[in-house]
Design a protein around this ligand. Structure first.
Ligand SMILES: [Zn+2]
Length: 395
């Protein structure tokens, strides 16, 4: 085995120190797709999959959440853009229902959190603060009323797009339709500011990142993205946008997705796609040609150190105040070595300790920064609400 393929080994003391930090300060993850797994695996019938027990097919279950010392989670109420357009809103409502049911079914573990104070309260009570994040502007069906009602149901961020562009905002993985934000897109951002809902710029194009930073009156977030300077994947954030994010006061929650944190994995994926389209393989994983390609080109492995490299880079460009964690567990088929599931968060913290990050800096990365942003967004929303009513756009 090549030395660089090996997982770093941390001393017991370092891992114990990491676990102690998680025990004393909330680790808040910006993105986990367990609700989508509960939709696809058990048709949202939660009693059919007991997450109080180890579930090897998932990255997430309660024993491993406790082992990893998670303090708060933005549960993603993602719905696939491949669904019929008319079903987006209903499917999102169903996914919000999944999160509420999860909290109801496991009250000893989860507690709903609508504000930063709620997160602190849940953490002090020994519960995992459970927040809701809507992934993709398609979920609101171009309706501000739907956005407002999602907020009432507990949603505290919305990612403006998913893999596909919407009519009013562009995805980084699709052709642009708005070239930034349309007038309605700007209305959505302002309405979110007004509601106290975090504007999430993961998945959007650079043009839409910039237009949103131009429009938002409050700090924004990237719930699960990493740095493009290290991994040239369009899902990542370029340095010039990072600099704007620091002026804006927001946070980028660094993700663990292998092709977002490792340039080698990303290039492997591109080569594979190129080969696939050159051979016109449609069901590529099932064709003999692709199987042979896979055998000849084993997939490289991302590591916990790659994730820490992104944190290092962002710190060097904009400082410690703008970094968080957004794993994307249960939303991806593969994960880095050393960060295989939710029990492994302490490995990342151990890597940061190994790199001589001060405890107070690690506490900010784990959750302090996102809580600061939430507090600021909540405060400004109160001021905006005191000064003006809801947006009246009836689109
Ligand atoms: Zn995503």
């Amino acid at each position: 085995m090549n030395k660089s393929d090996q997982s770093p080994e941390y001393s017991v003391t370092t891992i114990e120190r990491a676990k102690m930090l998680h025990k004393l300060h909330p680790l808040i993850d910006g993105h986990n797709d367990l609700p989508w797994q509960l939709r696809t695996k058990v048709d949202r019938v939660l009693s059919r999959l007991n997450i109080n027990q180890h579930q090897p097919e998932l990255h997430t279950d309660i024993p491993r959440l406790r082992e990893g010392g998670l303090g708060g989670q933005f549960w993603s109420v993602y719905v696939a853009t491949s669904l019929k357009k008319k079903d987006y809103v209903q499917a999102t409502l169903e996914q919000i229902d999944v999160v509420h049911n999860l909290i109801r079914l496991y009250p000893e573990t989860f507690q709903i959190a609508l504000t930063a104070d709620d997160v602190d309260g849940a953490f002090k009570a020994g519960k995992i603060a459970s927040l809701i994040g809507v992934e993709g502007g398609h979920c609101i069906g171009s309706s501000l009323a739907t956005l407002r009602m999602f907020h009432r149901l507990g949603a505290r961020y919305m990612t403006l797009t998913h893999w596909k562009s919407v009519t009013w905002a562009d995805s980084c993985t699709d052709i642009p339709l708005a070239h930034g934000l349309t007038q309605f897109g700007r209305e959505v951002v302002r309405e979110m500011n007004h509601l106290g809902m975090l504007v999430d710029l993961s998945h959007v194009s650079v043009e839409t990142m910039n237009a949103s930073l131009d429009t938002s009156m409050v700090p924004v977030i990237f719930s699960h993205s990493s740095a493009r300077a290290l991994t040239d994947n369009p899902r990542n954030v370029p340095d010039d946008v990072l600099r704007r994010l620091s002026k804006n006061g927001g946070v980028i929650m660094v993700t663990f997705v292998p092709q977002f944190v490792s340039q080698v994995v990303y290039e492997w994926e591109l080569e594979r796609k190129q080969f696939q389209s050159s051979t016109n393989s449609t069901k590529y994983s099932e064709t003999g040609t692709m199987k042979r390609w896979d055998a000849d080109n084993p997939k490289p492995i991302a590591k916990v150190t790659d994730v820490a490299d992104h944190i290092d880079h962002i710190r060097s460009v904009i400082g410690i105040e703008h970094i968080g964690i957004g794993s994307d567990f249960d939303g991806v088929p593969s994960v880095p070595k050393g960060l295989e599931d939710v029990s492994q968060y302490p490995m990342l913290t151990a890597e940061l300790l190994h790199r001589n990050y001060a405890d107070e800096d690690i506490i900010k990365i784990l959750g302090g920064n996102i809580l600061r942003v939430m507090r600021q967004v909540e405060k400004i929303a109160q001021e905006l609400q005191a000064n003006q009513g809801s947006s009246q756009a009836l689109l």
